[in-house]
Design a protein around this ligand. Structure first.
Ligand code: CUA
Length: 156
């Protein structure tokens, strides 16, 4: 079969563009510490209080300078309401909800998760600076939505 010269050039150009596009997409998707949503872990929202690790919410040391922060959202509070994290700690936050959809935004950071009943969402972050961070619910969840906050203290 004979392929016309221009046809060949455009074919190569097209395939080249596809590779450039896929490379840009693949690299940018994970650049700047972006993480894909982790909606793969399920939980029975009726049994959050009995399901580890959410039966004992709080900070758990899992390794050298590594921690797990297990939190439960419910109308209209987070448990625990205040957490102290050692400076420099790498923390994996796991969160679920007992009732409706809530938000989990840590103001001034790139942590922003939707908390859905039946699912566990996770985000890993290293807290390099001491200070106080406010956790906010940014999904309207009812009458007490605007009061739904918690606090993270990063200490030396
Ligand atoms: Cu919880 Cu808004």
């Amino acid at each position: 079969m004979h392929i016309h010269k221009y046809e060949k050039i455009w074919l190569i150009f097209g395939i080249g563009c596809l590779f450039v596009f896929l490379t840009v997409l693949g690299v940018s998707a994970f650049a700047k510490g972006n993480q894909p949503p982790s909606c793969l872990t399920t939980i029975d929202p009726e049994k959050v209080d009995q399901t580890p690790p959410f039966n004992k919410p709080g900070l758990v040391k899992t390794g050298n300078n590594e921690y797990q922060l297990n939190m439960v959202a419910s109308a209209f509070a987070y448990t625990p309401a205040q957490v102290e994290i050692p400076k420099g700690a790498k923390v994996t936050i796991n969160i679920t909800t007992k009732d409706v959809i809530h938000g989990f935004e840590v103001v001034g950071t790139n942590i922003n998760m939707m908390v859905e009943p039946g699912y566990v969402n996770s985000f890993t972050k290293t807290f390099d600076k001491t200070g106080e961070y406010t956790i906010l619910c940014n999904e309207y969840c009812g009458a007490g939505h605007h009061m739904m906050t918690a606090r993270i203290k990063v200490v030396d």
